[in-house]
Ligand binder design. Structure first.
Ligand SMILES: [Zn+2]
Length: 273
């Protein structure tokens, strides 16, 4: 059995503002250590459940946040960018289940630490076949494309609730309770790491017992609706071949399958300056 632990940073223990997840800021080294701590807790839990292989994918910013020298030796680290499958690079390697660590709520959520969808500066809303999703949904759908269910997610209470609503009865660990976009009641890592480890072990045990949630499958062809934050960004993204401009800030396109939709989404966001 192979498990992918896909990590982001905004939903990590203790993170409440952008400085903490910005590699150029003095606060960042503390929070990359906390990120490595949350990830290692998940690795330990998965390892306890006796799996054959654990891949950890570093999905924040340039994919160079997790400290390799401190990574639990049970896992291997997929890091750097650009990689074809981005935040879930490695999902095409015969993965049986996915754990999201440090995830955040979709753009426009209330009481959600650093809520955004892929690019906080550019993306206002993203729908896959009329379902409003965040990164938990987008990356969950790529996992589903490769027949892997999402087993678990860690983040604030809003990220956990949104992912549970979309992805089924996944395990969640609420590491902080957001009271606004940039304030939260935070549990210390001594508490969250223990919970993450225990829950990761249980999530994999459920999979081994045949009781995991089903993979999240988005029906093909995939109709994507994308709202940008400004009309200028939509002007730029509208150069995406096959896309249709719907109004000032909205673009739509249809992709053959979820993987093609993932690539086209990234291309559109890349075009928007
Ligand atoms: Zn993110």
């Amino acid at each position: 059995m192979k498990i992918l632990i896909a990590a982001d940073m905004e939903g990590i223990t203790g993170v409440t503002n952008w400085d903490q997840v910005d590699p150029g800021h003095a606060e960042y080294p503390r929070f990359r250590r906390l990120m490595t701590g949350d990830v290692n807790a998940a690795v330990r839990g998965v390892c306890e459940a006796d799996v054959d292989e654990i891949l950890v994918t570093d999905g924040h910013d340039r994919g160079t946040n997790i400290l390799l020298e401190e990574l639990d030796p049970c896992a291997q680290l997929v890091c750097g960018d650009y990689s074809p499958l981005a935040m879930v690079q490695g999902i095409d390697q015969g993965i049986d289940g996915v754990i999201f660590v440090g995830y955040h709520a979709r753009a426009g959520s209330q009481n959600a630490i650093l809520d955004h969808t892929w690019s906080s500066r550019r993306v206002a809303n993203l729908w896959l076949n009329d379902t409003l999703v965040g990164e938990y949904g987008l990356n969950g759908a790529i996992a589903g494309h490769f027949n892997a269910p999402v087993l678990m997610l860690t983040g604030d209470q809003t990220a956990c609730a949104q992912a549970s609503e979309l992805l089924g009865s996944i395990e969640t660990v609420v590491v902080k309770t957001a009271v606004s976009r940039m304030a939260a009641i935070c549990l210390p890592p001594q508490v969250t790491e223990e919970r993450i480890q225990k829950t990761a072990m249980e999530a994999v045990r459920r999979l081994q017992a045949g009781e995991a949630p089903k993979p999240y499958k988005v029906a093909s062809p995939v109709h994507v609706t994308l709202d940008f934050n400004s009309s200028e960004q939509a002007d730029q993204a509208a150069m995406l071949p096959g896309s249709k401009r719907v109004d000032g800030r909205r673009l739509t396109f249809t992709a053959d399958d979820m993987l093609a939709a993932y690539y086209a989404f990234q291309a559109a966001v890349g075009l928007a300056g």
